[in-house]
Design a protein around this ligand. Sequence first.
Ligand code: FES
Length: 595
Amino acid sequence: MANIIDFEPIGLRIPCMKGDTIFDAARKAGIPIISYCGGKTICGRCKIRIMNGNVSAISNNEKNLLSEEEITNNYRLACTMRVLSDLKIEIPPESLATIQRLQLLGKEPQLSLDPVITKYEVKLQESSLENPLADWENLHKFLEDKYGFKNLRPDISLLQNLSSKIRNENWEFSTIVRNDEVIGITKSDEDLYGIAIDIGTTKLAVYLIDLHSGKTLAIQGAMNPQIAYGEDVMSRISYAMENGVDHLRNCLLNTLNRLIQQLTGNPEKVVDVTIVGNTAMHHLFIGLPVKQLGRAPYLPAIVHSLDVKARELGLNVAKGAFIHLLPNVAGFVGADHVAMLLATEIYKASKCTIGIDIGTNTEVALSVNGDIASLSCASGPAFEGARIKHGMRAGNGAIEKVNIKNNKIDFEVIGDVAPIGICGSGILDTISQLLQNRIIDQRGRLQDHDLVSQRKANREFILVPKKNTGIEKDIVVTQNDISEIQLAKAAIRVGINILLEKCGINEEEIENMVIAGAFGTYINVESAIKIGMFPSIPLYRFTQVGNAAGIGAKLALISNEHRSIAGNIANRVRYIELTTHPKFTREFSHALQFP
Ligand code: FES
């Protein structure tokens, strides 16, 4: 018999089988309990409090990951504790994933339309005993005579409906042609729409585009639902290795179909789709194996661009529509990187230009005089708030900016709420301010200071005292948090340094540094320079461009030329494997220090 779990403060009651974990029950009900380890009892972030009811005995892992105080107050980890009776549980705010602030907009270059999909007016001669042409041949002859098409072929779904449609439209309508294929017919006055999709590890961005004008009509964003199965690419890959790709693929597909439905009201109007994402997201969307991405030499199943019928992949748009998946470069440099280079036009740079998109994997490109070199750094999820004691994504309640002067701490919080944690830009600012105020030294060690407290063997900096927070405890930055940021910033800086060295360029020669992506949009570049994550070049050389990968997907949607440029970029990029570079270890340990 099912037990009932009452989730507070959401007020949701759901049935759950005895022996299930709360984490699985919440996931099935769509309750977004935070998990940075995909439910493997490693991260300790899925804390919940038992208000009443019986559960399994506390495990050793829980004892290691929870404080004594938390255990005394009935806190447990949702991913390991099992349900033994009806339960009432509380999900504390820091364990509930808020919707992340999604950076969907980005700078767009000027371009003239070069549509992949074109509409042609048709007025057929009605078939008769005197004109006994079959319907497809009748249409084909018209398109050949009037527009000069040769060897067009019909999409099978078009053919299945052609006879009834041309008669319903009284032999006068428009055909939708993509390259050498007629993919649909429509009323002459109907507009054509396309969808550009950026599948990020953390978030999804879907753009509705008018294919006639090239204008963006609407944008929808959402968290990538695969987050419930692991925060970063490697944990998704390991989930897929254990459980197959179907579940990850299906939850992603369902969310994309929902977003397209919300954007269009009628997905049948969408006649073309482009998709970008890192190589793992690309593979998971198509249903390709990802096991080989998780092991050296980290090879993709395919890097070339793909054109696949949307219906074959289960994406609900017009029946004849294709999805164009932009090319990947390598196992950890994917189509989103190619799209970023396309949108920012870094591939054209004559002066030394660095493009960087910071995420759990950070891709960095250096372009100069037509030569492009790229690599991927395992910067980890610290800037997404993971592995940081009070870290969280950039949603409501996240401290996003910090300034410390004369022991007075000023901070800004996203949304009109009390702070409940710190997001990536906030932690970056905090570390920079701690350094400037000599509260940490160059090795990142917290010093004796009024704002530093000692909790057991660990020191921590009290950023916001309990009375001013929304979580009834201090929001702190621990010594361990500082180490996590040192690891993340060192990974990024080593990537930049090794690219510079490979291209024989000094950091002063960097003329442009283009920061793409959601995190990059909100960071204080000065803070990033102060902690040594970015080279110390003048601030005016930095540009924050927003979601360039999404814009690249849009460019490829409305321009044939940009599809081929994307292919050309992917071929030109010289991929550099960072971890096997002979100087990696030395550079990395040097970059761990603060300047
Ligand atoms: S410890 Fe439970 S999700 Fe990570």
